[in-house]
Design a protein around this ligand. Structure first.
Ligand code: FMN
Length: 377
């Protein structure tokens, strides 16, 4: 495969990222996906009306959007003002947001999440310890602004007999997503949160059937997948994984083997997509060069393969043209450019993103005030 150039367009004259793609039952009109982005503007864990504008701004007809990480239960939170989907009130609050995306022809999946030990007792019911695969504490981490430090309460290791309850929380959350109108769910198995705390051998020090061997460490993730598939159907289920990342002290000694084992195991459930974070994203926000690649996992997984992490237009086009991915998810560029697919189409300049406002709780600032192309012209 030669390297891709701007002139390598398909017969319709479209760049690879803007060609249509059939993902299961969904006819997507292009391949530029909104990556899940925590924005911390859901006061009291309830999605707010300002999210209607935010998500509808980022909707295009036939475009796929993945909603921000959304808690599955009252033990799932670790950050202020992140949304949940375990109460009736939260489900009702999501409905007008989902409706707005559908009204513009978007396909909308909800990312469901449990932070595990990336939390502290202030976020937990009755001030209890966060739950995890382990009781190993996480060392304090500098927050995204580079100044504040997040502190974590040492976690409580889940007993073997408690794990089915957590699997069940994911199952109910998935059902709630469908009730809220979402087209499907993305299970958050990435970035050092609960599922990743089981997957990675740097964290998981269990001696029961959920720890030790690769197969055992993947058991919890696959039980969550199976429960959700049985609840809402495999055609509505995706999962996000970051085998190579060591974010939140969740590294693995053999990320290739982990990624491949998961890709192959997921085939048994016939899920819709696997969304993998590029190895170059060692942390959530910094891109580094590295020799690893997701191609073996892409080849192993039979469904739609989504990649994310440090993509711009050029290398997104290249990934699609070289068949290294079906779809490319964009985080920061989509955050700052509500009309990102259109800007790609017109080869227009992009708005710069402002890290300082990624997580501020403001309903407008750094949220719905990034200009559209028409506004800047
Ligand atoms: C503000 C912000 C919030 C994020 N929130 C989430 C999240 O809720 N769930 C998730 O899986 N990844 C999250 N990420 C990671 C992004 O989805 C994406 O993988 C990352 O930004 C790298 O892609 P990019 O280079 O296109 O931005 C977040 C990243 C940023 C910058």
């Amino acid at each position: 495969m030669g390297s891709y150039t701007e002139s390598a367009m398909d017969t319709s004259g479209k760049i690879p990222l803007l060609t249509p793609y059939k993902m299961g039952n969904f006819q997507l009109s292009h391949r530029v996906v909104l990556a899940p982005l925590t924005r911390q503007r859901s006061y009291g864990n309830v999605p707010q009306p300002h999210a209607i504008l935010y998500y509808s701004q980022r909707t295009s007809k036939g475009g796929l959007l993945i909603a921000e990480a959304t808690g599955v239960s009252d033990t799932a939170q670790g950050y202020p003002e992140t949304p949940g989907i375990w109460t009736k009130e939260q489900v009702e609050a999501w409905k007008p947001i989902v409706d707005a995306v559908h009204a513009k022809g978007g396909v909308f999946f909800c990312q469901i999440w449990h932070v595990g030990r990336v939390s502290n007792k202030g976020f937990q019911p009755n001030g209890q310890a966060p739950i995890s695969s382990t009781d190993k504490p996480l060392t304090p981490q500098t927050r995204a602004n580079g100044i504040d430090v997040a502190r974590f309460t040492p976690p409580r290791r889940l007993r073997t007999d408690e794990i089915p309850q957590i699997v069940n929380d994911f199952r109910i959350a998935a059902r709630n997503c469908i009730e809220a109108g979402f087209d499907g769910v993305e299970i958050h198995g990435a970035h050092g949160y609960l599922i990743d705390q089981f997957l990675k051998d740097q964290v998981n020090d269990r001696t029961d059937k959920y720890g030790g061997s690769l197969e055992n460490r993947c058991r919890f993730a696959l039980e969550v997948v199976e429960a959700i598939v049985n609840e809402i159907g495999a055609d509505k289920v995706g999962i996000r994984l970051s085998p190579f990342a060591n974010y939140m002290e969740s590294g693995d000694s053999n990320p290739e083997a982990l990624g491949l084992y998961m890709a192959e195991s997921l085939n048994k459930y016939g899920i819709l997509f696997c969304h993998m974070v590029e190895p170059r994203m060692i942390t959530v926000g910094e891109k580094t060069e590295c020799p690893h690649s997701l191609v073996p996992m892409r080849k192993a997984f039979k469904g739609t393969f989504i990649v994310a992490g440090g993509y711009d237009k050029e290398d997104g086009n290249q990934a699609v043209a070289e068949n290294r991915a079906d779809l490319v998810a964009y985080g920061r560029w989509f955050l700052a450019n509500p009309d990102l697919p259109r800007r790609f189409e017109l080869n227009a300049p992009l708005n710069k993103y402002n890290r300082d406002t990624f997580y501020v709780p403001d309903p407008v600032l750094g949220y719905t005030d990034y200009p559209f192309l028409e506004d800047t012209a």
